[in-house]
Design a protein around this ligand. Structure first.
Ligand code: PLP
Length: 376
């Protein structure tokens, strides 16, 4: 058999899909599993966006379009500077293209830890070295070229503070770094909309955003990046070389979403807020679990170390097998996630209540903890 190129051995993946497979196997054996592992809204795409997509199909928007995106969508995304916008099938390709365009082999990239695992995977694939980003004291070396920020953050739901953003912006200026600001959860927020680091250092920041989460459009595949001007042409060439363009009827649906904010979005966010409050309250009442109330996204990231199990992977496995609730170990998001679980509350309030009581029952059946030792 011919050899497989080494570079693909560097690729990581998203463990949510592995957990989903394990959960499905249990379900095939007749177990009822509550799914809190998957990171996508459980709401349908708002009606007028669907209508705009269907209308575009009927009107014959079924051909290749401009690689950087349709002018009307680019204009709706950034009316002040549509020429800085590049559209792609999802936010993910834009993160990938942004890293490809800025990181040379051997360069270091600071990535959130715990953070979206695809950042480190893509950095490695591009020959770079991912270094965990410590917001209090970032580890800058002469090889550091790029910082990735994600606010609100997957998996914690936390928003990066104004003070930390200022610190990172100053660091980027001083050390001549690029910044990728992944703002895909920007609109799913339970307080004032956070400021973007792009407001501080527009010439070195790539803003990545998309329609998957806020408009419940994960399957449509539509995202965009706002790039510093020198990066627009190389990134557009990456689009041409890989996907040619993004489906034009999908882009028309996206433009409809931006031109009239669908009322469903506000209802979805209000519902997410109720669920967040319910799951935080429920989990905080479980002995051994402590859970902060995050400011955005639809994830909670409780600390489970006081349950006394060996690792968060152990806790996630046991909660799946013994309580029938699918969650992700914090370590799916980096070493700093040890001691935590990620639960997505993109599920009904009734299911969240049931999940919390199953976890509480399971935790109450754990043997008393011998001091200073792990449970078997
Ligand atoms: N960025 C973050 C932080 C995410 O959590 C996700 C999806 O889970 C993405 C990007 C990918 O979004 P898209 O569906 O637009 O590719």
């Amino acid at each position: 058999m011919p050899r497989i190129a080494d570079r693909v051995l560097q690729l990581g993946t998203e463990t949510a899909l592995d957990v989903l497979v394990k959960a499905r196997a249990l379900e095939q054996r007749g177990r009822r599993v509550i799914h809190l592992e998957v990171g996508e809204p459980d709401f349908p795409t708002p009606q007028h966006i669907v209508e705009a997509g269907v209308r575009a199909l009927r009107d014959g928007h079924t051909r290749y379009g401009a690689p950087a995106g349709l002018p009307e969508l680019r204009e709706a995304i950034h009316p002040g500077a549509p020429d800085r916008v590049v559209v792609a099938p999802g936010a993910k390709p834009l993160i990938f293209f942004g890293i490809l365009a800025t990181l040379a082999p051997g360069d270091e990239a600071l990535v959130p830890d715990p953070g979206f695992p695809i950042y480190a995977s893509m950095v490695r694939f591009c020959g770079g070295v991912p270094v965990p980003l410590d917001l209090e004291s970032p580890a800058i070396t002469p090889r550091t070229r790029l910082v990735i920020v994600n606010s609100p953050c997957n998996p914690t739901g936390e928003v990066v503070s104004e003070e930390h953003l200022r610190g990172l912006a100053a660091l980027a200026e001083k050390n001549d770094l690029w910044v990728i600001s992944d703002e895909i959860y920007r609109r799913i927020i339970y307080g004032p909309e956070p400021r973007s680091i792009a407001a501080l250092i527009p010439d070195r920041t790539i803003v990545v955003d998309g329609f998957s989460k806020c408009y419940a459009m994960t399957g449509w595949r539509l995202g965009y990046g706002v790039f510093p001007r020198p990066l627009v042409e190389p990134v557009t060439k990456l689009v041409t070389n890989s996907v040619s363009c993004t489906a034009t009827f999908v882009q028309r649906a996206g433009a409809a979403a931006l031109l009239m904010r669908p009322p469903e979005v506000d209802r979805m966010i209000a519902e997410f807020r109720k669920r967040r409050d319910a799951i935080v309250k429920g989990l905080s009442a479980v002995p051994g679990v402590s859970c902060r109330s995050p400011h955005g996204a639809f994830y909670v990231f409780p600390n489970v170390t006081a349950l006394g199990l060996r690792s968060s992977a152990d806790v996630a496995d046991r909660i799946l097998n013994e309580a029938g609730v699918a969650t992700l170990a914090g370590t799916c998001f980096g070493n700093e996630g040890e001691g935590y679980l990620r639960l997505s509350y993109a599920n009904s309030l009734a299911n969240l209540d049931k999940a919390v009581s199953r976890i509480a029952d399971w935790a109450s059946r754990l043997a008393p903890l011998p001091t200073g030792r792990y449970r078997a």
